[in-house]
Design a binder for this molecule. Structure first.
Ligand code: AMP
Length: 213
C-alpha cells in the first residue's frame, strides 16, 4: 500500500498515519519528524532546516526533494509507505513523480484530510508530542500526567512552531503554496477527500472506507 496523506498542519495526518502504519505494516514517512530529529541531532540538514521551521516557513524544495528521494529509494519502502507532510509544493509533487517513475511504482491513494482553520488553531494550541516515540496527544481529549507520554513514558513537549504567530504563518503558506497541490492530484483519480472533524476513530474509518473503495 502506497499512501499519501495530505492536509493542513494540525489536521490529524500524523495521528492517522500512526494507525494506518499499524494496519498495513508499512513505514510512516513524516518529513516533519525527520526534520525535527535532524534539528535535535544538530546535523547539517537540521541546522539549515531550523531557520525555516522556526519561522513557520517551508524548508526549500531542493533539500526536501533530495531527502524524500533518499528515503523512498532505501529498501525500507519496498513494501509500501505512508507519506505525511510531503509534497507541500507543486514542485515537490512533480519531483515525487520523477522518483516514482525511476522506481517504477505508483501511489494507491492520496488522502486529503479536510479540517477548517478555526478547528486547526484550537487543536494546535492543545497539541503535545512525545520526544521519544513522536506520538501526538491533545489535552482536550487525552489525559496527560506530568508531561509523560502515556504510550512510552517519554517526555512530552509543545512544538515551538505551534505558537499562535507561527501557526498563522504556517496556515498562510498552506493556503497559498500547499493547497494548489490538490489540483495536481485531482486528475489522477486517486484523490480521496475525507472529513477530518470528529474523533480519531471516526476519521480513521472514513479513511479506510475511502482507501478500500
Ligand atoms: P509538520 O510536522 O509536517 O507540520 O512539519 C513541520 C515543519 O517542517 C513545517 O512547518 C516546515 O517548516 C517543515 N517541513 C515539513 N515537511 C516539509 C515539506 N514537504 N516541505 C517544506 N518544509 C517542510
Amino acid at each position: 500500500m502506497r499512501l499519501l496523506l495530505f492536509g493542513p498542519p494540525g489536521g490529524g495526518k500524523g495521528t492517522q498515519a500512526t494507525l494506518l502504519k499499524e494496519k498495513y505494516t508499512i513505514p510512516h514517512i513524516s518529513t516533519g519528524d525527520i526534520l525535527r530529529k535532524s534539528v535535535s541531532d544538530g546535523t547539517t540538514l537540521g541546522v539549515r532546516a531550523k531557520e525555516h521551521m522556526d519561522k513557520g516557513k517551508l524548508v526549500p524544495d531542493d533539500i526536501m526533494i533530495g531527502l524524500v528521494g533518499e528515503v523512498l529509494k532505501s529498501g525500507d519502502c519496498n513494501n509500501g509507505f505512508i507519506l505525511d507532510g510531503f509534497p507541500r509544493t507543486v514542485a515537490q509533487a512533480e519531483a515525487l513523480d520523477v522518483v516514482f517513475k525511476e522506481l517504477d511504482i505508483e501511489l494507491d491513494a492520496v488522502i486529503y484530510v479536510k479540517v477548517d482553520q478555526e478547528e486547526i488553531i484550537s487543536r494546535l494550541s492543545q497539541r503535545w508530542m512525545c520526544r521519544s516515540c513522536n506520538n501526538i496527544f491533545n489535552t482536550a481529549i487525552d489525559t496527560i500526567d506530568h508531561n509523560e507520554c502515556p504510550k512510552c513514558g517519554g517526555i512530552l513537549y509543545q512544538r515551538d512552531d505551534d505558537k499562535p504567530d507561527v501557526v498563522k504563518q504556517r496556515l498562510d503558506i498552506y493556503e497559498k503554496t500547499t493547497l494548489p497541490v490538490l489540483n495536481y492530484y485531482n486528475t489522477t483519480g486517486k484523490l480521496i477527500e475525507v472529513d477530518g472533524t470528529g474523533n480519531v476513530r471516526e476519521v480513521y474509518n472514513r479513511i479506510l472506507a475511502g482507501v478500500q473503495k
